[in-house]
Design a binder for this molecule. Structure first.
Ligand code: ASP
Ligand code: MG
Length: 451
């Protein structure tokens, strides 16, 4: 059995510029077990490449290319020996120019992925150079040699069995020899064309590679020191959580906390690999360990706030004691590709919120006139906006006594809507008017987690 391995992933802000890259290098070098580094593109670069891929006119293209060059040159210029790597980055930039000229003529998802992949190619080239200048035996590795995916460009699915075989044959031996630096987010399909795993996909890459190489731990370095009991910008007294389960973290993400996206951690969950989340700006501040089981799971773990909720209340007109009303409502929603988030029901009406997580469309575009018309033929429809969803995340919530008093006792002055409690033992949630949302979270946090 080889040495225990840690896979360390650094997000865009952690490789944004020369100083950030060096702080990330410090983090890598502080733990000898870290043998594989996965990087995002430098902050801002992917957005620029996506914009280029959308097809811009000549002037805009030039401006965007200049901006990308500026971000990467600012790093090169601070290297002790910039010349060799500058040539290499120039070649990548030429490629980007050529590809973006092509998108002006014709566009395809395959071309977009090819273009967008250059952000990660550049950040990893630069990071290797930074490590080498610090005397480290670092090696650049093209992740597309092992990250085999489907050809669903823009959101390709990894082919886990193939990845495993390829990683064992091609990546494992490199890790034995050198500190390996590779790209998050990108992969390749069976014909060798470049694919991407979807925006923010680098965490997913780290988890997939960690699984393929049977890593002991996956470290996700970003610009926040772990997961907090709630957003510290809303509640300054929010506390960092030392250890949390994947399930709790997933609940938080679903309810809008800016933590790891649950789907990206799936490989870590199924292979039982703990994930550590910390800040590369301030590694000494510690972070949060996310794993399958924690010691003494608390009843209340965290609070999440999700704004911009749309509440639909549907009153059936003459359906008292009739059956099939809900079935019909949900069939209509399904036909319009709308997925429902919260639901409460009474004898003659149903209230629900629309789920726009994970979709690029806003609620406005989900709630089309066609959908409203169809619903209106069945029932009276009331639409309310300007609501926020507050979610309490915890453990065994639906089986504990006194939860109601602890939660609602602190919220007397507020009008709470659509309380959902009992379907999941991990959460209790409700809606409040947006102007009250932060005050509600503060009052709750004070009551459940102290000052
Ligand atoms: N650079 C890619 C993005 O911005 C992937 C990532 O950062 O995880 O979406
Ligand atoms: Mg990112």
């Amino acid at each position: 059995m080889s040495q225990p391995l840690i896979v360390a992933k650094f997000g865009g802000t952690s490789v944004a510029d020369f100083d950030a890259m060096n702080r990330s290098a410090d983090v890598v070098l502080s733990d000898a077990q870290t043998r594989l580094v996965v990087l995002s593109a430098s902050a801002g670069v992917t957005n620029l490449l996506v914009a280029l891929a959308e097809g811009q006119d000549q002037a805009e293209r030039t401006q965007m290319l200049d901006e990308i060059r500026r971000i990467q040159y600012a790093i090169i210029d601070r290297l002790a020996a910039p010349d060799v790597i500058r040539e290499e980055i120039d070649r990548v930039l030429e490629n980007i120019t050529m590809l973006s000229d092509t998108t002006a003529l014709a566009n395809s998802l395959a071309l977009t992925d090819e273009l967008v992949s250059h952000g990660e190619l550049m950040s990893t080239l630069l990071f290797v150079e930074i490590l080498r200048e610090r005397g480290v035996n670092a090696e650049w590795f093209d992740v597309r040699k092992v990250m085999r995916t489907s050809d669903r460009f823009g959101r390709a699915e990894p082919q886990v069995a193939e990845l495993q075989t390829l990683a064992a044959a091609q990546l494992q031996p490199r890790i034995a020899e050198a500190l390996v630096v590779t790209q998050g987010f990108i992969g390749s399909e069976s014909k060798g064309r470049t694919t991407t795993l979807g925006r923010g996909g680098s965490d997913y890459t780290a988890a997939l590679l960690g699984e393929a190489l049977q890593a002991e731990r996956i470290d996700i370095w970003t610009d926040v020191a772990g997961i907090y009991t709630t957003d510290p910008r809303v509640v300054p007294a929010a506390r960092r959580i030392e250890e949390i389960t994947f399930e709790e973290a997933a609940e938080m993400a679903i309810f809008g906390a800016k933590v790891l996206h649950p789907a990206t951690l799936l490989p870590a969950v199924r292979s039982d690999i703990p994930v550590f989340v910390g800040s590369s700006k301030d590694p000494a501040a510690g972070g949060t360990r996310v794993c399958n089981e924690t010691r003494n799971p608390p009843l209340f773990r965290a609070l999440a706030l999700r704004r911009k909720q749309t509440l639909l209340t549907l009153h059936s007109l003459n359906m008292l004691h009739a059956h099939g009303f809900l079935a019909e409502v949900f069939a209509i929603l399904a036909r319009h590709n709308v997925s429902v988030d919260l639901v409460t029901t009474s004898e003659v009406s149903v209230a629900l919120t629309l789920d726009n997580t994970g979709s690029t469309s806003s609620v406005d575009s989900l709630l089309t006139q066609a959908l409203l018309t169809e619903l209106s033929s069945l029932c009276r429809v009331e639409v309310e906006e300007n609501l926020a969803l507050v979610a309490i995340i915890g453990n065994n919530l639906s089986k504990a006594c006194g939860v109601g008093k602890e939660v609602f006792g602190a919220l007397e002055p507020f009008n709470l809507r659509m309380i959902c409690y009992g379907a999941s033992s991990y959460n209790l949630c409700f809606l409040v008017p947006t102007p009250d949302a932060e005050a509600v979270v503060r009052a709750l946090h004070h009551n459940l987690f102290g000052a």
